[in-house]
Each structure stands twice: as structure tokens, then as C-alpha cells.
Design a binder for this molecule. Structure first.
Ligand code: ATP
Length: 459
């Protein structure tokens, strides 16, 4: 099957209520996106799936929801104020702005990423290889400047320097600053983890590719604190665990791959980092980063805050700073992967075509569509069934148009089951359930529908 293009996916998302351009009636605000009625359900379900598998089902992982605005010293300590930057390069001819590392990555088709290179090395590679501006084809660039990605704002009424705060550039710093709180209040014993879902903000130089790279996005981050020396084992564990999670929610193995960072690419504090990449419409791109961050974060916060963030091992009485494994995934990037994987245009046996979103039922915005076959005769009973089922899971009700058209609407909304109410329902209390993917229908008693659907929603 041919891969969907980004243009097509963007158009489908708008047409069917998944994702709209932000501030559209004012001409938009570039690279901002609003999630519509179906998009917000899909997004919530993706977050629910992550929370279930990374927090709820884990005895030693706790949840957190930290503030977006934090004491600015957090960002000084983490190194973001001094070095959370991207290498910015301008084309002198057409004045477009680029990320020098991305120019190299695109030029070498991913063989070199430019990660960890200094400005001199990046400039030399670009000029030695005469890398062309993607817009105008010229190879005449300005020198590279480092551009800080943190968004600044001010607390209170005056815009003075001492009131300056940052919108968080990643959610994990709220986890590190609460390490001791969680350890004490939950009487947590290493190894344990803290998971969080929330918005992050980065003033990206080159946002784009729909929701792949935006300036406001959501992250699902887990910081897993373990004893030094056991860290590589845990890194390995989460590498597999994250991959298994992606397959569980319906991404195909052939569209996923690991990319282990080379020694040269590794951040200075990291012992091992693996990206899981997904085959997006524009090609493979980072979906999930799984990093062994050693004791860097707790150590730097300990130095800057002067708080003792060491862990006292109750068995050995030894005090140490735990090492951290961080699996970090973007909600929007995962949602884009789910959309890419799920959208299909199919030609049916009778020659007609249909568009379908084959989401895993757990992720589907609506689990069931309740459809009266003939409005005049069946809508009363259908509404009664809808009201009951809707108390258990998100359902939709549709009585307009012929049944074939209604099935098509539900196919592209990704609704896994259509429940049709007809004369049989009135006479014997049975309904037909149509499966979105196979389009096959079965007959069930009304009272059995709920258990049938519940069973399919399991992940
Ligand atoms: P990239 O190299 O693509 O800029 P990164 O390595 O800076 O990403 P991390 O800081 O490791 O990303 O962030 C963890 C995850 O958050 C990424 O794997 C990605 O899923 C998501 N993410 C990061 N930046 C963005 C963004 N600008 N828009 C959407 N999602 C993002």
C-alpha cells in the first residue's frame, strides 16, 4: 500500500475534525495546531495508554503533574539557559533560516546528524560538501550562531530581568526537582520512577512537517531512578519496553527502528541513548528518545539548590545519587505516527473506495456508533441504547443519510464498531455489530454488547 503524504493527512485531519490550523480565522499562527473533537479524543486515549502502561500498571512508578513555570534557577542548573540552543545558519541569497545540523542530516540522508558538533565543524562540513540551500540552491551561508530555544516571559506587572521566567523546555525538570518529595511522601525505594505528561515549549528555528515539530507540544516523560551500575541494564529494559508499547498500540514493526547514538553524538552526561524512529510520511524521524542520563540532573540540582538529593539505601546504609534512565516521547509525534499508520484508502470489491482510520480500539475516538436503520422506526430504541452504552465508553449517534454513507463516515473517524438498530432489535432484542476493518457483521443481544466491546478495548 502506498504511503500517505503529509498534505493528504493534513487535509483529512481537517476535514474530519482531528486537527485544524491554529487561529485559522485570523490567518493562522504558523505551526500552531488545534485538536478538534476527534483529535482531542485520540490524543487523550494515547495519553491514557501511556499512563496505564508506564504508571498505573507499575508498582514502583509514580505520577506527577508539575507546574510549567518554575524558578528560573532550575533552567540555569539544568544547563538550558547557557546551552539549550540550536545552530542557526542563514542563506545569504534567499534569506531563509536553517538548522545547520538538519542541513547535514538531510544531505547525508541521516548518516551524519551533526549532533554534538561545534560550530566550526558544522560550518566546515557544510562548505566542504557545498551543501545547497533547500529553498534556492545557493551555498552561500552566514556563519553559524547558537539560538536559545527557551521561551521567556515575565511574572507580575513589570518586564524586568528579575521577573523573568521561562516556559519549560521539557517536562522532566519538574520531576528532578520533586525527586525528594516523591521519595519521602511515597516511601519510594530505588529503583523507582516518576512519570509525567505535560506541555513543553521550544522556540524551534525550523518547525514543520505538520505536528512533527512545533513550538508548543506535549511530552510523556519517565525518569527512572536506579542504582549506579544497574543503569545500562535498565536502559536496555526500557528500550524494549517502549518498542513493545508502540507495537501494542498498533504501530507496525516494519515502520519502527532503533537508532543508537554513537559516542560522538552522545550528550556529555549520557552513557547511552537510543532513539526509536518511525517511518513518517517524510521518512524516518525521532519518535522516542531513551537516554541513560547518569546522575547528571540530580547532581547539578544538588549543587545549585544546596539540597541533599542523595538517596540513603536502607539495606546498605550507603548514600548515593541515583542514575536516571529517561524514556521521553512526544504525544503529538506519537499521534502523527498513529495517524500515518492508520489512514488508508481502500478499493472495495464492488469497485467503490473508502477511507478508513484503522486505530486500535483503545485509541479510537469513538468506540461505537449507534445507527438506527430507519430513523422513523428505529431512532427511539437506538437513542435508548446509545444513552446506556455512552455511560461506559465514548459513543456517537448518527441517524442522517443512508446506512452505507454512515458506515463510511465512521470508517474515517476510526470507529471500530457500528451498532445497527433494525426491526430485529424491536422484535427480538438483537443488534448487528459491524467491524470497521473486516466490514463483517455479527448479531448480538443488546445486553451482551457492552462486554463484547470492553473485551476488544484491552491493551
Ligand atoms: P529533535 O532532535 O527532533 O529536535 P530532541 O532530541 O531535541 O528532538 P528530546 O529533547 O529528546 O527531543 O525530546 C523528547 C521527545 O519530545 C522527542 O523524541 C519528540 O518525540 C518530542 N519533541 C521534541 N521536540 C519536539 C517538537 N519541537 N515538537 C514536537 N515534539 C517534540
Amino acid at each position: 500500500m502506498e504511503k500517505v503524504t503529509m498534505e493528504k493527512l493534513t487535509a483529512v485531519c481537517k476535514q474530519y475534525g482531528f486537527i485544524y490550523q491554529g487561529s485559522e480565522i485570523y490567518g493562522g499562527l504558523s505551526n500552531t495546531w488545534d485538536y478538534g473533537p476527534l483529535g482531542v479524543e485520540l490524543k487523550n486515549n494515547i495519553k491514557k495508554a501511556w499512563w496505564k502502561k508506564f504508571v498505573e500498571e507499575q508498582k514502583n512508578i509514580y505520577g506527577l503533574d508539575a507546574a510549567i513555570l518554575m524558578n528560573p534557577n532550575v533552567w540555569v542548573a539544568s544547563g538550558h539557559v547557557s546551552s539549550f540552543s540550536d545552530p542557526l545558519i542563514d542563506c545569504k541569497k534567499c534569506k531563509t533560516r536553517h538548522r545547520a545540523d538538519k542541513l547535514i542530516e538531510d544531505f547525508t540522508e541521516g548518516k551524519e546528524t551533526g549532533d554534538g558538533w561545534d560550530n566550526t565543524k558544522l560550518e566546515k562540513f557544510i562548505s566542504d560538501n557545498k551543501i545547497k540551500c533547500p529553498k534556492c540552491g545557493s551555498s552561500d551561508y552566514t556563519p553559524i550562531r547558537q539560538f536559545n530555544l527557551l521561551f521567556e516571559t515575565h511574572i507580575g506587572v513589570t518586564e524586568e530581568n528579575e521577573n523573568k521566567v521561562y516556559l519549560r523546555g521539557e517536562t522532566c525538570q519538574g520531576i528532578f526537582t520533586n525527586f525528594k518529595n516523591v521519595e519521602r511522601s511515597m516511601r519510594a525505594k530505588v529503583p523507582f520512577g516518576i512519570g509525567q505528561i505535560g506541555k513543553s515549549f521550544r522556540n524551534e528555528i525550523t518547525p514543520g512537517n505538520f505536528i512533527f515539530r512545533t513550538r508548543e507540544f506535549e511530552q510523556m516523560e519517565l525518569e527512572f531512578f536506579c542504582k549506579p551500575g544497574t543503569d545500562l541494564k535498565w536502559h536496555d529494559y526500557f528500550r524494549s519496553y517502549c518498542m513493545d508499547f508502540l507495537k501494542l498500540i498498533g504501530l507496525k514493526e516494519e515502520n519502527l527502528r532503533y537508532r543508537d547514538h554513537t559516542k560522538e553524538e552522545l550528550a556529555f552526561y549520557s552513557k547511552a541513548t537510543t532513539d526509536i524512529e518511525y517511518n513518517y510520511p517524510m521518512g524516518f524521524g525521532e519518535l522516542w528518545g531513551i537516554a541513560d542520563r547518569t546522575d547528571y540532573d540530580l547532581k547539578t540540582h544538588m549543587e545549585h539548590s544546596k539540597e541533599d538529593l542523595r538517596y540513603l539505601d536502607p539495606e546498605t546504609n550507603e548514600k548515593y545519587i541515583p542514575y536516571v534512565i529517561e524514556p521521553s516521547v512526544g504525544v503529538d509525534r506519537l499521534l502523527l505516527a498513529v495517524l500515518t499508520e492508520s489512514y488508508k484508502e481502500e478499493t472495495l470489491e464492488d469497485g467503490t473506495t473508502r477511507e478508513v482510520m484503522s486505530f486500535h480500539p483503545f485509541l479510537a475516538p469513538f468506540k461505537v456508533a449507534v445507527l438506527p436503520l430507519v430513523k422513523k422506526f428505529h431512532s427511539e430504541k437506538a437513542l435508548e441504547i446509545y444513552e446506556n452504552l455512552n455511560k461506559e465508553f465514548m459513543c456517537t449517534y448518527d441517524e442522517t443519510g443512508n446506512i452505507g454513507k454512515r458506515y463510511r463516515r465512521e470508517d474515517v473517524a476510526g470507529t471500530p464498531y457500528c451498532l445497527t438498530v433494525d426491526d430485529e432489535t424491536l422484535n427480538n432484542g438483537t443488534v448487528t455489530i459491524r467491524d470497521r476493518d473486516t466490514m463483517e457483521q455479527i448479531t448480538l443481544k443488546i445486553e451482551d454488547v457492552s462486554d463484547y466491546i470492553k473485551d476488544k478495548l484491552k491493551i
